[in-house]
Ligand binder design. Sequence first.
Ligand code: RP5
Length: 151
Amino acid sequence: MGSRSDWETMRHAAETLAALAIPHECRVVSAHRTPDRMVDYAKAAAGRGLKVIVAGAGGAAHLPGMTASLTRLPVLGVPVESHALRGQDSLLSIVQMPAGIPVGTLAIGRAGAVNAALLAASILALADPALAARLEAHRAAQTESVPDLPA
Ligand code: RP5
């Protein structure tokens, strides 16, 4: 994530990964304030054995796109809800990538953070039958938890 202030949103991604027992790490890496850290992190990611990167940022949210430009790993972008423009700025600056460098862009805020983790799980589950089973169980439990009456 681009700042510690993004944690309130991005913790939902971490909690979802933890619920699925997916090993992960959480780091603050700012495209603007710590550009060298971003370059080092993205360039080393594949070699370190990381499989998917979830990048959350707000405002002029360049972190997901710049990270994607520096690694062949799939990058999932989470637009953090900004105070000034309620995350519209984050969304547009993450989603509107030029052809050639993709970022899988999720919804603004908590929904995007949760879904980035679930999408990462789906990607990883392609080569991990045990995770695929956990993901199926997670989805079944979610379905089971939805009441059929409004109150
Ligand atoms: C972005 O600027 C971060 O991703 C964050 O959403 C936003 C504001 O950062 P802070 O000023 O709260 O550190 O780089």
